[in-house]
Every structure is written in C-alpha cells, then in structure tokens.
Design a protein. Sequence first.
Length: 433
Amino acid sequence: MGSVVRWGIFCCWFLLVGCGRGGAVPTPPTRLYPTAVPRTSTPQVIQTNFVTPTPTVASPLSTPTPYWVTPMPPGQYGYPTLADFWAGGAEFVLEVVETGLPMGESDTVVMSNGELWSYLHASDRSARAIDQCGDPVEFPGCTVIYRSYDGGYTFVHDNPPVCQFACEACPCEAERDHVTQQQYPRVMFDGEQILLVYEYLGRDTVRDSLDGLNWSKPERVAHSTIWQLWWRDCPEAERIGNHPFVPYFYECLAGGPPGIYLDDAGRQYIFMAVGQNPGGMGCYWRWQGESGGDFRACETHPLFVGAGNYGPLEEKGVGTNEYFDFRTISAAEVQKVGEGAEARYYMLYEGIRGPGPGDPGDTQFGLGLARSVTGEIDGVWEKYEANPILVDLPGNIGLGHADLVVVAGQTILYTSLDGAVRSRLRLVWKRGE
C-alpha cells in the first residue's frame, strides 16, 4: 500500500502542480468573471461574431508552410511596452473574452502570410487529438498547433489536431516518444529555425525545426527532473523545503513548465523551476550552434526567488498576494525591450502559492512580472512590486502560463482570467486620471 501512495505522490509532483490540477476540463461560464485588468480599470470587451474557417487535414505535415517572421520589436509605431507597464504608464485591457485557445496554455508566433500559430498541448479528452500513428492521445496530451486567420482574435485547430512530433515507430510509446505528456511548449524563432522547449514528466526537452512542422529529435536539458538525494545531490537553490499543506517526499527540483530565449549573441537560454518552498527561476544556457551539447547553469542561478514563506495559514484571498510565488516559480515568457544601455529583459512567470488547508491540490496561482536590472539575462533580476498582476489570489490554473506576442509593434497577451476560457488582452497607454 505504501508504494502505491508514494507513486501517486510521485506522479502529482512530476506535474508540479498537485493532484488538484488534473481534474476534469472545466465548463465555460455563461458570463465573464468581473476580474478587470488592471484591477482598478474597466475592461473593453470586443465580442467577435465572425466565423473562422476550420481546415480539415489528416496531418499538420500536409498543411502549406508559411514563412516565419522575425517579430518586430515591441513599441514600434508608438505602442507601449512592458517597460511602460512597469513604470505605471500602460495597462492590459481585455479585447476578446474567448479566443478558442484552451484555457491552460499557448505560445504564439507570427507568420508572413498573416496567420498566427499557437503551440500548446492537447489530448483526446480535450480536443480529440491523435498522434502521428492515428491513435488517440492520452491526457494531458501532446504538442499541437492552433491557428488564427484573423490576426489573433480567434484560433482553431485542425480536425482532428495531430501531434507535432513524429514517433520513432508505430504505435507511439510514452517514454520513447513523449506522446502522452508534451506539456507547456514555448517557442522562439531565431531567423533561421524555430526553437521549442516543453516538459515531459518534469524533464525539460528541446527540439528545433526549419518549418515549424518537422522537428529534430528531443534533447533533455541539464538532467532536469525531480528527485531524492539518494539519487544525486543538488545545490541549495534546487532543494525542496517544507510546505504547510503539501506532504514532503521529493527533495530536489530542476524542471517543470519551461521558457526559452535566444539573445543577440547567440546564447540559447532555457528557464525552469528550481527548488520549492521557496521556489526559484532557474537559468541554463548553451551556444545556439551547440546542438547535442548540454546546457550549463547560468552564473546567476536562480535569477530570482519567490516569497520566503507561505504567509497566513488560513487565508487565500487578496491579502495573501505577496506570498503568491512561495511554492513554485516556472513557465517563463521573456521579452526584450530597448536597445544598448537601455535594454532590459522582462519576464512573465507563473507563481504558485500551493494549496490551502484541506485542498486536494494547488489552488492558488498568480501571474508575476520580473525584469533584469541590466541588459544581460545572466545577472541580477528584480520582481515587480505590484505582483501578482491582472488577477488577485487565489487566481486560477490557467493564469500563469501567459503568452506574449508582438504584432506590428503592439504587445498582445493571451491568458485565462477566469479559469475557464483563454482571452486576448492588449497593452495600451493608460488614460489620464
């Protein structure tokens, strides 16, 4: 019996979010939750009534391949940037309540033909997804593409959505092909190829592609996983401390929902959760041409850490906002703003406080913002003093996996504000009081 219990805890910890996040797919509400963004503003809601064409193809490989577009830097044509948000001069405004993207995640890139492609994981349960051998994909699923034909206001998937990564042989196998858990993909285009990182059982894995459809074999990042000290030691930053409402079993963590960024010098960065209670944002890197080469830890590792303690044990509302990132920090989305000495890197990330008393799994989630103090990723970072942004605790399980995309200089954000649908927000200048 003890081994069964330990295995159950093991699986839940590999998901990094507790057993409570693996429940049934939520039913969208009949009304928009009154959580405005920012919290003191009234959102502008655009309801879209047009019908988006739905392609029906047997495989994503049969879809004509548009050329990738190197994103225009944020702030062109006078639009505000995350630097303006940080300074208090800009705010995110709700544009579209339900975009068609799944509530939990997405990472979007712009194509030269006007399409936006959004990478995310889907399963037979959530979207009738199949693998490239034609078999249904178990929950939580594999990496698929949702496409937008209207500039990113609404998205649809192929019917059915097909896993992006080919299996070595049919039928696909979970451990060999990762087909049952290609979670939380992040993508970036470097001008020649697209880079993608995702989580498989706590292990972070990178692939690359010239067309966004055909992918290289998986490469594991820096032995990422969750483990006990009998297997190997870990530095203090990767240690798992005590949580008042989470059983203590595993002792070290470096993995989970990742992030990716390629800087101008050709350094490929992978970001991941390190440690828990408190959690930190881990940083690993290698040169872009080092395919097959392992990632090493950044000199500044972690880049920053979460709250030092859980806070009031019996409270889970707005009064506990300052503790929103105590348990785990992950799901980095990085954007560079500015050039030269003025350049800074901004990061949206998921903070998890963890469960409250009696909760079956994690119930408190927030969206955090941090930035580099200098123009280097590998250096000192600072957290935004008004974290969490957009929504107060307890938040929802889709909020922290934010998706930033720049369209013609304008910063667009996809995330869930209500835990039921994924919305589109636009960064705009604040109006005078």
